[in-house]
Write a protein of this length. Sequence first.
Length: 122
Amino acid sequence: MADVQNTGPRGGGVGREDGRVAASLDRYWRANLKIMAVLLAIWAAVGLGCGVLFADWLNAFKIGGFPLGFWFAHQGSIAVFVALILVYCILMNRLDRKHHDELRELGVKMDRPDSKDAGAEI
């Protein structure tokens, strides 16, 4: 997330004390928590559900000669975890981009080292 600077001697701009900026930061944080909760629920469902609770039903199917329940308990939850990390990165990049655009529209001066105009004040 961008470093939102308070107004001060560097000149005008909108800081954290502005209600619109605070509301934007709250929306960002709530969206972040929602993403994390959904992804953790998926991981728990795969890790616990497929590896333990539904193992007997999944064992009716085989992958490479091994029962599917065994596969999910030992390999599947790890593969799903890695995939969820990728999904989290993609979703957070989208959320960050949306949040930065929103702050820019509010006139917030941000330090975005990842920006192509790094060092320039917005």
